[in-house]
Design a binder for this molecule. Structure first.
Ligand SMILES: [Zn+2]
Length: 581
């Protein structure tokens, strides 16, 4: 969608085109007549879940030249499309579905955290303690070369025993006083450094806090305690860390995309392009890797707002191709709920009698001015907003951006996470055509902490309000926010439909917000495709769409919700070609 070149005069025509695009019902049912040259491949012999408007299943699907040319009965598809050159794929009872679409992954961030750094994420039981974390870091220390830093990701006080036990410079000094250490919290919004790292980065008690919500935290004694709030505080440390070589980074990104594909994903967002190594470097990296079908997934890239240089002209909205396309600009308006930094209207309930309600990263008008520049250029806008105060701010700004637009849904403004929310916010978001993306793993991994410790039952029950959005006539999508939680769309389906939290005794968090398995399937296929301006090409198995497929050992529609996460991904296909991962 090349929005940028459109002048105001063209907008009406443009709107009509876009609107009709979004509404075109793709041909379904009988195989189309008059095939030219026959199909390259025909799948049959197992349920084929189309995720079309009626959630229909069919017996066979034919592809030609990387596109779906027929879906329907095995008899009709074979009769009309099979030639002597057609490859027949017998599913043998396995299930064929549209490849999953992941609308919020930090691909390069995940490569840094899980491939190049020490991965401390722990989504299993039992939780870590500070002692087990220190032991893991000590064991990793041997692999840090001379002059290197120990970089790690994934500690999580809200999933640590005792609850909220947190690393600081003194704890990290137990790992090393000579090797600088920089650890990022599971949420990505909090960092921990040892005294050596503070010294090398030149951050002292006199260093002013950076903008964007950044705080160098001081202890009761007035000294820096090694805790860093919000990513702008990371900059002086990252500036001193050795940068991975281009080959190392490219290898790590490739590995990350293979892991994403292995989870059944055929299209993923890079949601903060430019965050780690600057916009130009990261753009070139993805362009070179994705060229000549070099990656096993498609990518939809969102430029990280603060990384865009003034007067930036290198990319326009919609630049790229079907494999790698640049579609939006992303901002971050608050922190993490489980990190107690999401901006809430009422304070957290932890610790007792706290007045902390988190902070907004920007003044409302400052953020508005920044996003308006890119909105006017035609970029899609995405804003991270976890807390209800941040959601209020984002909806206010979106209301202003869309004030003179009779078709706000065409811009598909995104709110990322939409975690702590009110019913009024859901209605307003639907009115503005906003597509929310839920980190549905919040329910699973942090649901018990939200409910019992952090915000209380009323606010916790309503997180990730899937049923509320459906009832209000809106769409919603699920994502991992990887590396914040693990990529696994089958798991998101189970989390959205079951809403069971992990920590024993397991309970359903907000039973009213459970959705059907079919709705949850839409939240990992066609809805995120819509969310990323790509539903005309991907997200369902319909004639005319790209042949992006996943083969599963079981049909999630026929599997008990609590077993859906155990379904195995057998194959993924893009453009009608099987991917290796
Ligand atoms: Zn994120």
């Amino acid at each position: 969608m090349h929005l940028i070149s459109l002048k105001k005069a063209n907008m009406t025509t443009f709107r009509r085109t876009l609107f009709s695009l979004a509404c075109v019902p793709f041909g379904f049912g009988l195989a189309h007549a008059a095939p030219s040259g026959g199909a390259d491949t025909i799948f049959f012999g197992g349920p084929i879940v189309t995720v079309n408007a009626k959630n229909e299943e069919v017996q066979a699907l034919a592809i030609q030249g990387g596109k779906i040319v027929a879906v329907g009965t095995a008899l009709s598809v074979k009769k009309n499309w099979q030639t002597s050159n057609t490859k027949l794929v017998d599913l043998k009872g396995q299930t064929l579905m549209p490849g999953f679409v992941e609308p919020h992954i930090h691909i390069i961030g995940t490569a840094m955290s899980e491939v190049l750094g020490l991965n401390l994420s722990n989504f299993t039981l039992p939780y870590d303690t500070l002692d087990t974390l220190v032991a893991k870091m000590r064991a990793h220390l041997k692999t840090v070369p001379a002059g290197g830093w120990l970089f790690g990701f994934g500690v999580d006080p809200s999933r640590t025993t005792p609850f909220m036990a947190e690393l600081n410079a003194d704890t990290l000094d137990k790992v090393s006083t000579t090797v600088p250490i920089f650890i990022v919290n599971q949420s990505g919004h909090i960092g921990y450094v040892n005294h050596k790292a503070l010294e090398l980065a030149g951050v002292t008690e006199n260093t002013p806090n950076p903008g964007g919500g950044g705080v160098y935290v001081k202890g009761a004694n007035g000294k820096l305690n090694g805790i860093l709030i919000e990513p702008p505080t990371y900059t002086p440390f990252m500036a001193k860390m050795p940068v991975p070589s281009p080959e190392q980074l490219a290898g790590a990104v490739k590995k990350t995309t293979q892991n994403i594909a292995a989870a059944g994903v055929t299209t993923s967002a890079e949601i903060t392009l430019g965050f780690n190594f600057g916009l130009e470097n990261e753009t070139k990296l993805l362009q070179s890797l994705s060229a000549n079908e070099g990656l096993p997934i498609r990518i939809r890239a969102y430029l990280y707002g603060p990384a865009i240089p003034a007067g930036y002209k290198a990319l326009k909205p919609g630049d790229g191709d079907d494999r790698l396309k640049f579609v939006g600009v992303k901002f971050i308006s608050d922190g993490s709920t489980q990190g107690l930094t999401a901006a809430l209207n009422e304070p957290y309930i932890y610790p007792k009698n706290t007045k902390n309600a988190g902070d907004l990263d920007y003044k409302t008008d400052d953020l508005y001015k920044q996003m308006k520049v890119y909105f006017d250029q035609g970029w899609q806008i995405a804003v991270h907003a976890n807390g209800d105060r941040a959601i209020d701010q984002t909806l206010t700004n979106y209301g202003k951006l869309l004030a003179n637009n009779p078709h706000p849904e065409e811009r598909r403004l995104r709110i990322e996470h939409f975690t702590i929310n009110t019913p009024e916010q859901v209605s307003k978001a639907v009115r503005l055509g906003v597509v929310p993306g839920f980190t549905i793993g919040h329910v699973d991994y942090w649901g018990e902490a939200f409910h019992n410790q952090l915000v209380g039952p009323d606010r916790a029950d309503r997180i990730d309000p899937s049923a509320a959005f459906k009832k209000a006539g809106g769409r919603f999508a699920y994502h991992s926010d990887s590396p914040v939680s693990d990529v696994g769309p089958l798991n998101y389906i189970a989390e959205g439909a079951g809403r069971l939290w992990q920590k024993p005794p397991r309970k359903v968090l907000g039973p009213d917000e459970r959705v059907t398995v079919d709705d949850a399937i839409r939240a990992v296929t066609i809805n995120p495709a819509y969310e990323m301006m790509s539903d005309d090409k991907i997200g369902s198995l319909e004639v005319g769409k790209l042949a992006d497929l996943v083969i599963l050992d079981k049909n999630p529609r026929k599997t008990p919700v609590e077993q859906i996460a155990n379904i195995k991904v057998k194959e993924t296909w893009i453009d009608g070609k099987r991917q290796s991962w």
